[in-house]
Write a protein that binds this ligand. Structure first.
Ligand SMILES: Nc1nc2c(ncn2[C@@H]2O[C@H](COP(=O)(O)OP(=O)(O)OP(=O)(O)O)[C@@H](O)[C@H]2O)c(=O)[nH]1
Ligand SMILES: [Mg+2]
Length: 449
């Protein structure tokens, strides 16, 4: 018999003061602990008013008590919710009382981890719970709610089914290797490979968009000094955040500001102008700008319309060589004559703006979405994480490899790669997990979730 899990308790509502605050318990001793605090338990799932006190202690508060017997609860275990007045002292006292009565404080994400371990949610749904809580736009929240409800998991299951059908078919061929495979069966298998590849590419694109929506896009604003990088940052966030002066070399520290573009969070980093300099402080600024460029999902390269002939800084060439997305933004168009291309005249690769006057900014916002791979994506079907995108990419590689082997009639090798692809998908939904992976995932949750 496995040992009973400890009963855990946590304050489930956000820190601070509120009208109502909730302490919840999960585990086999939940009802026993709640009886010590509340005197008696109400019938399952019915709220009742109770005087709440520490075991044989003074009154802490009067509040509502709710009992959710296993398995019909969030975690799948017995759970109790105590709803009291939402003051930090009251809730701390209630939590202490739960611990005095036999509970231990929950770790971050431990309730959801138990829900996962008890089969209430798969791993994709569990991670979506955190994304839903962290959502900072309505679109991100809607997509996270769909992922919580299982939309992403179902899409992965659809791919897994196709994969299983293909494995069954190919493994049967190995078993009957002496019989010559029929040509029609081969053509059918090839078709199945093609359809699997196509569906997986679609899912990958959706997961990519979902991850960008949930996690935001890291953007580094780079360029030569005095091109208007800080002015652009201020324009995009609508606030006077970065210092702007006519002097080249004004910005030294990296300044990060979150900007919402159609529900997607762009984390813009204004950086020091790129140049060789003897100034020690500016040198450090340039070093920081380069470091920021390395980790950016997207680089905005700001160029002055007055100095279009200036060679691109080596940092930009290096970013392009690394395969990073670079959006060229020609700024200060108000200073050049009317024959210069206007923002509308240049499609895609370059955007022409005046950060000072606000010209071309709507186009720039659209170009940011496009450069981040989110143009015309419409409503993103579900949120995802970078982990999922990586796993799906590896799955796609394994399937491509299997297809190559199949075309070369190396059926056993093809099966081996399909087996790997299948294992990768199962790791995604949590059929197979390691403690390390679970630890890393749930540690990012808040306590009480
Ligand atoms: N006319 C015009 N001036 C601009 C525009 N954008 C910025 N400027 C001016 O250009 C100068 C430099 O602007 P900043 O935003 O500080 O430039 P920067 O690229 O951040 O400069 P460093 O931090 O020194 O690298 C300031 O005097 C701005 O007012 C623009 O669109 N049009
Ligand atoms: Mg600046």
């Amino acid at each position: 018999m496995p040992a009973e899990p400890p009963t855990i308790a946590a304050i489930a509502t956000a820190p601070g003061r509120g009208a109502v605050g909730i302490v919840r318990l999960s585990g086999p001793a939940s009802s026993h602990i709640a009886v010590q605090l509340a005197g008696s338990l109400p019938p399952p799932r019915l709220a009742a008013l109770r005087a709440l006190r520490a075991p044989s202690g003074p009154l802490i508060d009067q509040g509502l008590c709710l009992f959710f017997p296993a398995p019909a609860s969030y975690t799948g275990e017995d759970m109790v919710e105590l709803q009291a007045h939402g003051g930090p002292a009251v809730l701390r006292e209630l939590l202490n009382a739960c611990c005095a009565a036999g509970a231990r404080q929950a770790r971050p994400g431990e309730f959801t981890e138990r829900a996962f371990l008890n089969g209430k949610l798969d791993l994709l749904q569990a991670e979506a719970v955190a994304s839903l809580i962290e959502s900072s736009s309505a679109q991100a929240a809607r997509a996270a709610a769909r992922a919580c409800a299982g939309d992403f998991s179902q899409a992965v299951a659809g791919i897994a089914q196709q994969l299983i059908a293909l494995r069954v078919r190919l493994e049967a061929e190995i078993d009957f290797a002496d019989d010559t495979p029929e040509l029609s069966a081969d053509a059918d298998t090839a078709k199945r490979f093609a359809s699997l590849r196509r569906d997986l590419q679609n899912l990958l694109a959706q997961a990519f968009a979902g991850a960008r929506l949930a996690e935001g896009v890291e953007v580094a604003i780079l360029g030569l000094p005095n091109t208007g990088k800080s002015t652009l940052l201020n324009r995009l966030c609508g606030e006077d955040r970065a210092i702007v002066t006519p002097l080249a070399g004004t910005t030294r520290d990296v300044l990060s500001v979150d900007v919402d573009v159609d529900g997607v969070m762009f984390r813009l980093a204004d950086t020091a102008g790129l140049r060789d300099t003897d100034d020690l402080i500016e040198q450090e600024g340039v070093r920081r700008a380069r470091a920021r460029a390395l980790n950016a999902d997207l680089i905005i390269h700001v160029i002055s319309a007055e100095a279009l002939q200036a060679p691109d800084p080596p940092e930009i060439l290096a970013a392009l060589a690394r395969g990073q997305s670079v959006l060229r933004v020609i700024n200060k168009i108000d200073l050049v004559d009317a024959s210069a291309p206007t923002s509308a005249a240049v499609a895609g690769a370059e955007v022409w703006i005046s950060a000072l006057l606000g010209q071309g900014i709507p186009l720039l916002r659209a170009a940011l979405l496009a450069a981040a791979g989110l143009a015309d994506i419409g409503e993103v079907p579900f949120t995802a994480r970078a982990r999922h995108v990586r796993a799906l990419e590896k799955t796609a590689q394994a399937i491509a490899e299997a297809e190559t082997q199949f075309s070369a009639a190396a059926i056993e090798l093809a099966c081996e790669h399909l087996r790997l692809a299948h294992a990768l998908l199962e790791e995604l939904t949590g059929v197979y997990t390691t403690e390390d992976l679970l630890g890393a995932i749930f540690a990012t949750f808040c306590i009480g979730k």
